[in-house]
Every structure is written in structure tokens, then in C-alpha cells.
Design a protein around this ligand. Structure first.
Ligand code: WT7
Length: 651
């Protein structure tokens, strides 16, 4: 790939007013990797500690001893840092602007004082339901303020939350409730989105048929829709709140006590519970929020993600609130009531920093510029993107049409596992190139490895897989209940470093370009999906004998889901069955896992030892079957001809 890319340098005005200009970034970065203890020892002070730490970094990536601790003898409370400490100086400032699905319904402004009152009550309700320090609470809520209250209420009493995206199915919810042995599941009657209501409580009831642990349900009234309450198990939040005190002192937590579990898909097996802890996570989430978006006091920050994903955890709730910011929370979708909704909200609330995903940008780009040009976007200072590599066309449209050519774009590369941004430009410091996540954040040491040997490529220009050579404060600490799997997944393929699962290229300027996953994970609309998960849902259907799932390029979603299915003897392929299987996967996992294309195949290409040759399936799905490579090791080479003849993506 040639580096003929155009570079966009920060304006002098941006650099002058920013938290970091080029020289500051370079000096801080150099200091952060030269002496992490000194650097993070200093920046850890951005939080209020109950017991100040005396130790900063104590981390090991050594085989058999993966052990990550930051600020280990310090204690603090996350909710106190996100709320209480702001009360004296900004009690009447808006903490959360909530924009409901229906634009006619009007926004809510929740001040820091009000946030304090809501969270304290919510925390006492949880206590009343028997939740204590270290207990797990599952949060299955729409994008309503109560989702943030619930997270902060858990943090306040030292309970560990596990947010489950409201788009996940009953089965997926049940697996997460059981996996974390949650004492309480918080849900709502219904979730309005795009003018339609998802029956959330009905889903939760269905999930509870498969919940095997002793768990209660706490229900938020969102729409007032008709739902059933199970006596002895389900209670209403608003009723419980009437019975509890408004005073709830924050629990003192060790820096390494878990803050949350968040399930994410991997290349094998069922989703894993990524564990983040208290001190390091909050230091890093708040610092990245401040520097990456160049957030200043009084700004209005909007991250369009859902709180069900890590982006919502770090950049709707924890990072912004730790910084005393005004954070916008949006219940709706980008295209309802029309494709101007994002820009209407930006105008209405004078949004200063706007953070979204390439899939949303591509979808809106297709609707035409008029939807953007109708609105006054002059308050915008920074535009962010996250979730997948952004194609230059989408980057240019974001830059030219949304930003009017003078708003810097930050393309932030990170993962559920990393807790916060690892590669990102800083708006006042880093010249950007469309499609590159540019340079590492403070304290981050990216390395490019030869995929086969694991040898580090030390030349500036490099192409291989991306790993991180040393720990940073918000690194995940373990997989819930399975520390061995943690080591296996991230530290075994390449020793002594954290393996990201992404491929990448480093150009002559030392800029990083993420090329996508190199494992069996696909990225659908910026959401991670394990092919193994979709396969296991498919084979659970009685008509299916075998299934193999791969990704293929999709104009809007980035990648689509392509499933090869071979049927049980006596089952006939039909359009009806194709639809049934699609709906089945949707019901088993959720709408994001629904295959885009299903190809019925009499057989799947296998090696003589029975291993499915995914490389071939990927090529056929990409409509690139001229380049199948060596097929001589196949047990039955002729199955490939049938796969090609009947391929679903004819390009
Ligand atoms: C995977 C992580 C953490 C935010 C949301 C997704 C891909 C994420 C970028 C980017 C290229 C990106 C990677 C990564 N990804 N951001 N800016 N450029 N790729 O979190 O579900 O944990 O997925 O998303 O492939 O490994 P996630």
C-alpha cells in the first residue's frame, strides 16, 4: 500500500487551546514509557483517593504468572469520584443530558446534585434487595438515565455490574446471569427505539426460565406498557425507592477490586467475561476522555454508543463523569424519525465533541448531505470514530460534510479488553491521515509482530499483528472465573506481551493502520461476533448437521455474516428454512448475530484430518474464489466446486 495519504494537521488555534500540542504529547509520551511508575504515580492523582497509593505499577506478563496490579494499596470509590467530589463546585451543572427516542418528548437535564440523589437511592434499593460488596448485578436496560444510575449505584456499594446489551436475546441474558451468579437483574418494562418498543421484561422473564441461580428482578418503568410481575421475585424500582433512605455513603474499595464484568465474543467458545477493576480503569478512562477529545470544562460531550458496550461504559458514564463533564445519552437510533436525527441533537444541545462508529457514518452518508446541512453544527470541536477501520470515503465525508473541513477527527483504536483508547490522535497534537488510528496514547507500547514467528518487527515500516509490550492502567485483569483462559487467549500465542487479535501496518511516519481481526472474530457494524458462537447457535437447530461461519465485506456493516450450512439427511434446502435459520440465530443470540447470507452446502471443505478449511470459505464468501490457494490437502476437493457454483455473494 502506498503512503500517498493526505495529512490533516491540527490548526494553530486548536493546538494553542488544547490540553496537549505536539511538543506536549511527545514529551508526555516519552516520559510515560521511560518511567511508568513516575508518570502514572503523578496522573493517578487526578482521582480522589480514600487511601492514597504508595505503589503504582506491579504487572507481570510472564508465562504462568499473568498478574496485573495498578495502585494496589490505594482505596477509592468510583461513584464518589464521578459524583460526590463534583458537588461543591458543580452541583447545579448538568451531568447527564438524556435525549429520548421520541424527539417530541423533550430532553431531560440531570444535574450532579440530582445524579447524587438518584444514585444514592438506587444503591440503597440494591442493598435492600440483599446486594453487598463483591456481589454481581446484571443490568439489562435501554439507554435511559437509570442505566447510568444502576452502574453508579453498583459502584457506590462495591457490587460488580455486568451490563447486557438490551439487543441480546433471552438465552444470551440467561447465560450471563448464570455465568456471573447475579443476585439481581435490573430491567425495564419496554425499550423504545426507532419508534418501536422492545418487550424487555418479556425477554427477561423468558431468560429466567433458564436462570439457575437465585436471582431477583428490579424493574424500571419506562413506557408503562403492560407486563407481568412475578410475586416474590420481581419488584418495581419506583416502589422500592419510596421505602429507602436518600443517604448512602460510598463503600471504600481497593484499587484492584472488580468494578465490572463485560461479556465479549472471542474466537472460540462462548463469550468471555472481561473483568475491569477500580483504580487503574478510572484513571485511564478519565484521562483518555480528557485528552483524546480535548474535553474542557463546560463542553457538552456525546458518545452515541450503547451502555451495553465498553464504549458506553468508558465514554458515556465513567470517563466523562469522573471529569465532571456534561455527557449526553441518546435512547434512539440515527435514522428515526429521519437521517438528520444525530445532527438535530447536536444542534439542539450544542454538542462540542461527537463520538460515533463508521457503520453509522456510512449509513448516514448514503442518505445525502441535506440531512446534515439543515442543522447548525458550529459548536462541534472534535469528531471521534471507533469500532472498526474507517474507510477513507467515510472519513472524508465525516470531515467535509459533518465537520465542514475544520473539525479534527480522532480515530480511536481500542477493545473491550483495553478499557480505554490505546491508539489515537490527540486533536491539538497529531496530524491525522484518513483511516489511521495514528499513534499510541500515553503509556502504551505497541509492537508489530511477524504472525508466524512472533518476532518483533523493529523497522519503522512494518506489517504484521499488533501486540502491546507492557501493561497500561485500564488493561483487563482476568476473565471472570477463568484466569487460565485469560492467559491462553491473550498471552500464549506470543510470549510476554498482550496480543490484540488485530492485524496492523506501521507506515514510514510510525503511524498505525489497523487492518482488521486476524482470528475467527468478525466485526459487524462495529460489534464483535465470534464465528464459533453463530455456528453453535446454527447446529443447535434440528435441521442442521454442520455449520461454518465467516465474514465478508458489507457496504454499511463493514462485515456481514456468511453462514455455510449442511443439513441433516432428509432435510431439504428451501427459502423457508433459510428464513427459519436466520430467525433462529436471532432468537438464540440477538439481532446483531443474524446471518446476512446462508448457503446450503452438501459438504464443507475439510482437511483429511477433518478440520474445516475456513480460508477457502472466506475466499468464496468474499467472491474471490479465483485465489483459493492450495486445495490439494482437501479430503474431497469437489465440494469446493459446488460451493462456488452456489455462492450467495455474487458480488
Ligand atoms: C475490536 C474491538 C472498543 C470500542 C468498540 C469495539 C476493532 C475498534 C477500531 C478502530 C480499527 C477498530 C478492532 C478491535 N476496532 N476500534 N478505531 N480502527 N479497528 O470494542 O467489541 O471489544 O472490539 O474492534 O478489531 O480488536 P470490541
Amino acid at each position: 500500500m502506498a503512503d500517498n495519504d493526505k495529512t490533516y494537521a491540527p490548526s494553530a488555534e486548536m493546538a494553542a487551546g488544547a490540553h496537549a500540542d505536539r511538543a506536549t504529547y511527545e514529551a508526555m509520551y516519552a516520559a510515560s514509557v521511560a518511567d511508568p511508575d513516575a508518570f502514572w504515580g503523578e496522573h493517578g492523582k487526578r482521582l480522589d483517593w480514600m487511601t492514597p497509593y504508595t505503589k503504582v505499577k506491579n504487572t507481570s506478563f510472564a508465562p504462568g504468572n499473568i498478574d496485573i496490579k495498578w495502585f494496589e494499596d490505594g482505596s477509592l470509590n468510583v461513584a464518589a469520584n464521578c459524583i460526590d467530589r463534583h458537588l461543591a463546585t458543580r452541583g447545579t451543572q448538568t451531568a447527564i443530558i438524556w435525549e429520548p427516542d421520541d424527539p417530541e418528548a423533550g430532553a431531560q437535564h440531570i444535574t450532579y446534585q440530582q445524579l447524587h440523589a438518584h444514585v444514592s437511592k438506587f444503591a440503597n434499593v440494591l442493598k435492600e434487595m440483599g446486594v453487598g460488596k463483591g456481589d454481581r448485578v446484571v443490568i439489562y436496560l435501554p439507554m435511559i438515565p437509570q442505566a447510568a444510575y444502576a452502574m453508579l449505584a453498583c459502584a457506590r456499594i462495591g457490587a460488580i455490574h455486568s451490563v447486557v446489551f438490551a439487543g441480546f436475546s433471552a438465552d444470551a441474558l440467561a447465560a450471563r446471569v448464570n455465568g456471573s451468579e447475579a443476585k439481581v437483574v435490573i430491567t425495564a418494562d419496554e425499550a423504545p427505539r426507532g419508534g418501536r418498543n422492545t418487550p424487555l421484561k418479556v425477554n427477561a422473564d423468558k431468560a429466567f426460565e433458564k436462570v439457575t441461580v437465585d436471582s431477583k428482578m428490579l424493574v424500571v418503568k419506562r413506557t408503562g406498557g403492560d407486563i407481568a410481575m412475578t410475586a416474590g421475585r420481581d419488584v418495581w424500582l419506583h416502589e422500592m425507592e419510596e421505602t429507602v433512605s436518600a443517604d448512602c455513603p460510598p463503600e471504600e474499595m481497593n484499587a484492584e477490586d472488580p468494578l465490572f464484568i463485560l461479556y465479549t465474543s472471542g474466537s472460540t467458545g462462548q463469550p468471555k467475561g472481561v473483568v475491569h477493576t477500580t483504580g487503574g480503569y478510572l484513571v485511564y478512562a478519565s484521562m483518555t476522555h480528557q485528552y483524546t477529545f480535548d474535553y474542557h470544562d463546560g463542553d457538552v460531550f456525546w458518545c452515541t454508543a450503547d451502555v451495553g458496550w465498553v464504549t458506553g461504559h468508558s465514554y458515556i458514564v465513567y470517563g466523562p463523569l469522573a471529569n465532571g463533564a456534561t455527557t449526553l445519552m441518546f435512547e434512539g437510533v440515527p435514522t428515526y424519525p429521519d437521517a438528520g436525527r444525530f445532527w438535530q441533537v447536536c444542534e439542539e444541545h450544542k454538542v462540542n465533541q461527537f463520538y460515533t462508529a463508521p457503520t453509522a457514518i456510512r449509513a448516514l452518508m448514503g442518505k445525502g448531505n441535506a440531512f446534515v446541512e439543515k442543522y447548525d453544527l458550529s459548536a462541534l470541536k472534535v469528531l471521534g470514530t471507533v469500532g472498526e477501520p474507517i474507510n477513507p470515503e467515510a472519513w472524508n465525508w465525516y470531515n467535509d460534510v459533518v465537520g465542514g473541513g475544520n473539525v479534527p477527527i480522532v480515530d480511536t483504536w481500542w477493545q473491550t479488553e483495553t478499557g480505554g483508547h490505546l491508539l489515537t490522535p490527540l486533536p491539538g497534537a497529531t496530524p491525522t491521515k484518513p483511516g489511521s488510528a495514528t499513534l499510541p496514547f500515553f503509556g502504551v507500547k505497541p509492537v508489530v509482530l511477524e504472525p508466524e514467528t512472533g518476532k518483533e518487527i523493529t523497522t519503522t515500516e512494518a506489517e504484521g499483528v499488533l501486540a502491546i509490550a507492557d501493561s497500561w492502567p485500564s488493561q483487563m485483569r482476568t476473565i471472570w472465573g477463568d484466569h487460565d483462559r485469560f492467559e491462553m487467549t491473550y498471552f500464549s500465542q506470543y510470549k510476554d506481551m498482550f496480543f490484540s487479535g488485530d492485524g496492523c501496518r506501521r507506515d514510514a511516519d510510525g503511524y498505525y493502520w489497523i487492518t482488521g481481526r486476524v482470528d475467527d472474530v468478525i466485526n459487524v457494524s462495529g460489534h464483535r461476533m465470534g464465528t464459533a458462537e453463530v455456528e453453535s447457535a446454527l447446529v443447535a437447530h434440528t435441521a442442521v448437521n454442520e455449520a461454518a461461519v465467516v465474514g465478508y465485506p458489507h457496504d454499511i456493516k463493514g462485515q456481514g455474516i456468511y453462514a455455510y450450512v449442511s443439513l441433516m439427511a432428509g432435510q431439504d434446502p428451501s427459502e423457508e428454512l433459510r428464513k427459519e435459520l436466520s430467525d433462529w440465530v436471532r432468537a438464540e443470540i440477538g439481532p446483531i448475530a443474524k446471518p446476512d447470507l446462508i448457503q446450503f452446502a452438501p459438504g464443507l471443505p475439510k482437511t483429511r484430518s477433518g478440520k474445516i478449511m475456513r480460508r477457502i470459505l472466506r475466499k468464496i464468501a468474499e467472491n474471490d474464489y479465483g485465489a483459493l490457494g492450495d486445495t490439494s490437502t482437501l479430503a474431497e476437493p469437489e465440494v469446493v466446486d459446488d460451493l462456488i457454483a452456489n455462492r450467495m455473494n455474487k458480488g
